[in-house]
Write a protein that binds this ligand. Structure first.
Ligand code: K7E
Ligand code: CUA
Length: 653
């Protein structure tokens, strides 16, 4: 105990020393002699385009933001788990079901780890996946339309953190629970955690053609905290690796009680073996409840289905499929190098990095050299699987990425730096400060067999004096380093939205040509679509009124509606007749208890309005779409509930 406390305070003191002198370091200073040279490296001239896309998780924003590299320009925020009034996502009738869960409508989440689909271990740019950490969910976003197409909830999970990582041919998106919980959930004393709670590792299969997700099976692991994970690749394809902490199974004063063991584990899971076992009828069907939400590109509408069953697998029933690799000091990041040989455990209370060898792990398994077991799962001997240790000299290692030249780059939260080291020799080659308190870092393709090692982006937790102050909280800061030479060079700072934990980058040339540009009106299969303005109409069904409306620059059809009454539910189903990308129209109604909508080209979107006051109320287009945008407006006459004003509307004849 004493020793531990001393260790922590030593870490804190060094952290203060290191961060407080950060700005005088010279490397990040704007008056450095290199500044103009660096400016050229990040300058993307007006009209020119960036070399890479960077998709950053939004953390507590619940969304993904898209940036260009090297410019650091923000291109877009893609709404995923959070309602987004900027476009109406999660507010329109069509998209509300995307945010449905077994807990009801949950319009927010905490998104950490985006990962791009792969073929043969290389980025293929079809989809990007991301985890909702809070109410366990995984989302799939199309990279041709940049729209969230699917969200699947994970039962038996809590704190969906070691997620959402993709196997080498996008067979599975994998998700692990950070918090172990009673499975099934039940009313029980918290202090009976030990031995009774379970940690679920979820394997969600991905249909190769459509991307459709299916929760194939969940492994019910001992009640540890499964913090991060990465797939095997190349020679280790078929395995998945998860860091654990709290192998003590403590349930309170975690900051002390879960750090008692000198070593926790990396769990090595042979998912191919388990998938085979399940395919052959293995596992147990368990009754449960989780939402599966799918967005249809042709109807622009989402449906939510409540699933009732999941297959669970007891790892001890599949001998040879799961092993524990002892790993020092409450490891956080769990990263696998491009060859698939090395598994890096970043002990966050340590200075050193532990690197395990996949070949040694297989040899130890074949030689049955075990060092006991935990809940029936064999523990391998630390010395038998250890490939090497990086004596980093830093403090608080979190995450590692790789370049294409055999180097690894690890972030150190406490000592605020990125350390470059060599795979195989474990020697430290370079270190650069980050400003300040870096979490993840990202090299485009850095979690694949083919990294593009030109830049690394560090994502920092504290911004402080880097930008002009903006009140009690500042946007987080990203820093771009040129890593094409022997030494890393800090070349740019830019703010990021929410709290990016991880990011995924991809060369623009792999993505931009696939971006969908024409959204054909005749592909529109929405049941309330109006494909020609003369089909526009208003239909009353009891207290519900359906407005079939079309828009094209610069007119709504119909633009005047009378005969609406207080107490009605008015659904505006608006079809945008533009077909070229980047020409949305907006729609907003006075006093509406929701957000505006942006209706994308070729799409139909629906906004619900419940008029509460008698009067004549305007609506208008919210997106400055043409020179006559200000004329894009209309009126609704609202009469008393018992009025007999007939329903009429103008079609602009
Ligand atoms: Cu280290 Cu959620 Cu990957 Cu934050 S996590 S930094
Ligand atoms: Cu349509 Cu402004």
């Amino acid at each position: 105990m004493k020793k531990y406390n001393y260790f922590i305070s030593a870490l804190m003191v060094s952290a203060l020393l290191l961060t407080s002198c950060g700005n005088q370091n010279g490397n990040g200073g704007s008056n450095s002699a290199l500044a103009s040279n660096n400016a050229e490296k990040v300058y993307v001239a007006p009209g020119e385009q960036d070399e890479f896309y960077a998709f950053m998780s939004g953390g507590y924003s619940g969304n993904i933001t898209v940036y260009g590299l090297p410019s650091g320009r923000l291109f877009k925020e893609i709404p995923v788990f959070s309602q987004f009034p900027t476009s109406g996502y999660g507010y329109s009738e069509e998209t509300k079901p995307m945010l449905n869960t077994s807990f009801g409508f949950v319009p927010w989440d905490d998104a950490h780890h985006p990962d791009i689909s792969q073929t043969n271990g290389e980025l293929d740019g079809r989809w990007i996946f991301i985890n909702g950490n809070n109410t366990p969910r995984i989302a799939r976003v199309s990279l041709s339309t940049f729209e969230t197409e699917e969200i699947i909830e994970l039962p038996n999970s809590a704190g969906n953190h070691s997620s959402s990582f993709i196997t080498e041919n996008t067979e599975y998106v994998v998700a692990g629970t950070r918090f172990s919980v009673p499975v099934p959930q039940r009313d029980m004393p918290i202090n009976e955690y030990k031995g009774n709670f379970k940690g679920a590792l979820s394997f969600i299969s991905i249909a190769p053609d459509t991307g459709r997700l299916n929760l194939d099976f969940q492994m019910m692991m001992p009640g540890f905290n499964y913090d991060l994970s990465h797939p095997g690749r190349g020679k280790s394809h078929g395995w998945f690796f998860f860091t654990t902490y709290n192998t003590e199974e403590a349930n309170s004063l975690m900051e002390v009680n879960s750090s008692q063991n000198d070593k926790d584990f990396i769990a090595a899971v042979n998912w191919k073996m388990i998938a085979e076992y399940v395919k052959n009828g293995g596992g147990t069907k368990m009754a449960t409840e989780y939402a599966h939400n799918v967005y249809d590109e042709h109807t622009h509408s989402a449906t939510s289905t409540m699933k009732k069953e999941v297959i669970t697998v007891d790892p001890t029933k599949v001998p040879g499929a799961v092993f524990f690799l002892p790993t020092p000091k409450s490891p956080h990041g769990c990263d696998v190098d491009p060859s698939g040989q090395y598994i890096i455990g970043n002990g966050k209370l340590s200075a050193d990095l532990t690197i395990h060898s996949f070949d040694k792990m297989i040899a130890a398994i074949e030689g049955k050299k075990f060092d006991g077991e935990a809940y029936g799962i064999p523990i391998l001997k630390f010395e038998d699987v250890l490939a090497g240790t990086v004596k980093s000299g830093g403090l608080g290692p979190l995450h590692t990425e790789f370049d294409d030249k055999g180097n690894a780059y690890t972030t150190f939260f406490i000592s605020s730096e990125v350390v470059k080291w060599k795979l195989g020799t474990w020697e430290v080659l370079d270190r650069q400060p980050t400003f300040y308190s870096v979490g993840h870092l990202m090299i485009p393709g850095g979690n694949s067999r083919k990294p593009f090692g030109k830049y690394v982006v560090a994502m920092n937790k504290i911004t402080k004096d880097r930008y002009l102050p903006t009140g009690p909280e500042m946007e987080h800061s990203a820093q771009l380093y040129d890593i094409s030479g022997d030494k890393m060079e800090l070349i740019y700072d830019f703010p990021t939205h929410g709290e990016p934990h991880y990011a995924a980058g991809i060369p623009a040339e792999l993505l931009a040509p696939k971006s969908k540009k024409i959204y054909r009106l005749d592909d529109n299969k929405h049941p309330f679509a109006v494909t020609s303005p003369d089909q526009a109409k208003v239909v009353r069904e009891g207290k519900e009124v359906h407005v079939y409306m079309s828009t094209i620059r610069s007119h709504f059809t119909p633009d005047n509606i009378e005969g609406i009454k207080v107490g009605d539910k008015v659904y505006f189903h608006i079809t945008n007749h533009e077909q070229d990308f980047d020409v949305p129209h907006g729609f907003a109604m006075i006093g509406q208890n929701t957000s505006e909508l942006l209706i994308m080209p070729g799409q139909t979107k629906t906004s619900l309005w419940e008029p509460k006051k008698v009067g004549v109320w305007p609506f208008y287009c919210t997106d400055f779409c043409s020179a006559l945008h200000q004329e894009m407006q209309g009126y609704v006459r609202v009469s008393p509930a018992d009025s007999d004003v007939p329903l009429t509307y103008t079609l602009g004849e």
